[in-house]
Design a protein. Structure first.
Length: 327
């Protein structure tokens, strides 16, 4: 089971007074709560929700076991362990009781905790496989733990600065995943061999998180591929990397015609079997089919509501299906 909050020591006198912790009471000061956990406060009542955990709450006991100021709990006489173990050993769905102080006021509540989605996919063959997408010589991949590990192989100093910096941007303020359905897509390389990406060679020195494609938010590698297919005849291709990058590295603009003309040449030059991995192609196809089914259902519903008679209704449906088929 995952611990759904982050906490810090409560040993400083000033911090204890600030959080209104009375003398003789120990605990852990909450600094972050996973927005995807059962303990996360609702946006509508974040300040007064007595059944959720808030930043600056002080956890004084878990399941009746007092929490020490040093983030430990008693295991047996003379032996203490990290407080996390009171939660990590549990079976998903098991109720957990928290005793807290909020502004000096004691509160007690129970919650059934569940595993949290990991910050990144963690194991090759279990929750991730190698995936890639090449557009104009720009190589994109989903950020995963195996990818980071592979990039660190052979490095005497461990993880390179470029990879570490990218991971820390994902880790953010608290290390919790905030969007369960979003995949972190990163630019990991720039393939040489033509004018299409000339001048962007420096982007290959560090990984960069992709935020937008032609102004559209990128939620996954398959979503990026689908957006690229929709922009097949676009004059320009614009990759946006967001405000986390310096002003000099916030976007890449490529000539759309050169991207299309150079694709096969770059792939052959670098020995890449396809512009996208099989997993990306399969996922994109599924997304496209689901979108088409949704459009079809929408067209059917609209026709049923507006058709004055059965013949008009059937005629509209036939026209809608032809339109969907030709998309």
């Amino acid at each position: 089971m995952d611990v759904p909050f982050r906490a810090r020591r409560l040993e400083n006198t000033g911090l204890r007074r600030y959080l209104k912790v009375p003398d003789g009471t120990s605990g852990a000061a909450v600094v972050a709560v996973s927005p995807l956990s059962a303990l996360a406060p609702s946006k509508a009542d974040a300040a007064n929700n007595a059944s959720t955990l808030l930043v600056n709450d002080v956890v004084t006991a878990i399941d009746g076991k007092p929490v020490g100021d040093d983030l430990t709990v008693a295991l047996r006489p003379g032996e203490r362990v990290q407080v996390d173990c009171l939660i990590t050993h549990k079976v998903p769905g098991t109720a957990t009781e928290l005793q807290i102080l909020r502004g000096g006021v004691p509160l007690t509540f129970r919650a059934s905790l569940a595993p949290l989605p990991p910050l990144l996919p963690r194991w090759h063959g279990f929750d991730c496989t190698p995936e890639w997408l090449v557009i104009g010589g720009m190589v994109f991949a989903p950020l995963t733990a195996p990818l980071i590990e592979d990039a660190s192989q052979g490095s005497s100093g461990g993880v390179s600065t470029a990879v570490y910096d990218t991971y820390m941007k994902v880790y953010g303020r608290h290390g919790f995943r905030t969007e369960p359905d979003r995949e972190v897509v990163v630019l990991i390389n720039v393939l040489s061999g033509g004018d299409v990406n000339h001048g962007y060679e420096s982007y290959a020195r560090s990984w960069k998180m992709l935020a937008t494609f032609n102004g559209e938010m990128v939620l996954s590698l398959a979503g990026l591929y689908a957006a690229w297919q929709r922009a097949a005849s676009a004059d320009f291709i614009d990759f946006g990397f967001g405000g986390a990058e310096t002003a000099w590295h916030r976007n890449i603009v490529l000539d759309g015609a050169l991207v299309r003309e150079s694709e096969e040449k770059l792939l052959a030059l670098h020995g890449i079997p396809a512009h996208a991995s099989p997993g990306v192609l399969a996922t994109t196809q599924r997304i496209t089919l689901e979108a088409a089914d949704g459009d079809k259902a929408h067209v059917q519903t609209s026709a049923e509501q507006s058709a004055p008679d059965l013949r008009a209704h059937e005629r509209r449906l036939e026209e809608a299906f032809v339109w969907l088929k030709d998309r």
